[in-house]
Design a protein around this ligand. Structure first.
Ligand code: GLU
Length: 303
């Protein structure tokens, strides 16, 4: 299918929303990004990519990296990860501490910050260098050897990272973190500071549409694990607005406070959108609207 005319129509439809919302303010290096940018890309199963607007401009992937870290941790370490992190929506903000105490240091899911810290901790134990492993994986799957970290964003996160440090120390007090907290935080912040474009993200996420198969045809996840990761994205991937996202878009998706969102149509294609203005839940305003338009116009959804 030629997605190009469709993408151009979607870009025209959502143009009035671009610039709406507010870029993330709690990480100073993200607050200064031009909010008037918008890009969208679709990758088919073979890696052909269609794009519109700023689809080749790199931006801070932030929490979108949590999906890739989860997939790698499952691929390398298996199911035992689920003893340390749940699979239920939290209904709380992504960086909330409250629920963790009631639930004895076991985070609700791998996509809130506490859960992602557990996943990165596991990946660090498995690989000895979680953020570099993740970057290398993303380079291979996106086919872009230039992918890298944004050192300014990483430093900005480090210096405003008290809440993530609190989450990590709190879980460590329950025995749910294996590595020294400063090491873990370092890898987590570098992970969040990976820069990717919509084209890179759409390509890199294809294993989720290809039922676990990597770009080179080798298997990363079993078919069942790929289904499981997609299911957790659908229920937990867009902060505490995952219900609204499922209602509007009807696809597994993962957003980040950089304004990007990755979504998956299993067996068909992957989508990536980016526009820095966020709604109050932390999801890109124009990004959600464009994915909503995509599924409405094509009928491609999991429902
Ligand atoms: N680096 C951000 C944090 O940990 C990621 C947040 C996000 O994209 O949801 O606060």
């Amino acid at each position: 299918m030629d997605y190009q005319p469709l993408l151009e129509q979607i870009a025209a439809d959502v143009a009035p929303l671009v610039g709406g919302g507010t870029p993330a303010e709690y990480i100073p290096a993200l607050a200064s990004v031009d909010p008037g940018q918008f890009g969208m890309a679709v990758a088919d199963l073979d890696g052909k990519v269609y794009g519109v607007g700023d689809w080749q401009v790199p931006f801070s992937a932030q929490s979108i990296t949590k999906v890739f870290a989860l997939a790698l941790a499952l691929a390398e370490g298996g199911d035992s990860l689920w003893e340390r992190v749940g699979r239920e929506p939290s209904g709380n903000p992504f960086n909330s501490l409250v629920q963790l105490e009631y639930e004895n240091g076991v985070p609700r899911n791998p996509f809130i910050n506490a859960g992602a810290l557990v996943v990165t901790d596991r990946l660090q134990t498995l690989t000895g260098d979680a953020s570099s492993e993740l970057l290398e994986f993303l380079r291979q799957e996106s086919g872009n050897p230039e992918l890298g970290f944004d050192a300014e964003v990483a430093a900005s996160e480090q210096s405003h990272g008290d809440r993530n440090a609190a989450l990590a120390h709190f879980m460590a007090s329950y025995g749910n973190i294996d590595n020294p907290v400063p090491t873990l935080l370092d890898h987590y912040f570098w992970q969040c500071a990976i820069e990717m474009s919509c084209a890179d993200l759409a390509r890199a996420a294809r294993f989720l549409a290809r039922h676990g198969l990597r770009a080179d045809g080798s298997r990363l996840l079993t078919r069942s694990e790929a289904k499981q990761v997609n299911a957790v994205m659908l229920t937990c991937g867009t902060y505490d607005a995952a219900g609204e996202f499922a209602y509007r878009v009807g696809l597994p998706g993962k957003s980040g406070v950089g304004g990007g969102i990755v979504a998956v149509v299993p067996g068909v294609c992957t989508l990536a959108v980016w526009s820095p203005g966020l709604d109050p839940h932390g999801n890109s305003v124009a990004g959600v609207a464009s994915l909503d338009r995509f599924t409405t116009l094509t009928g491609l959804s999991v429902f």
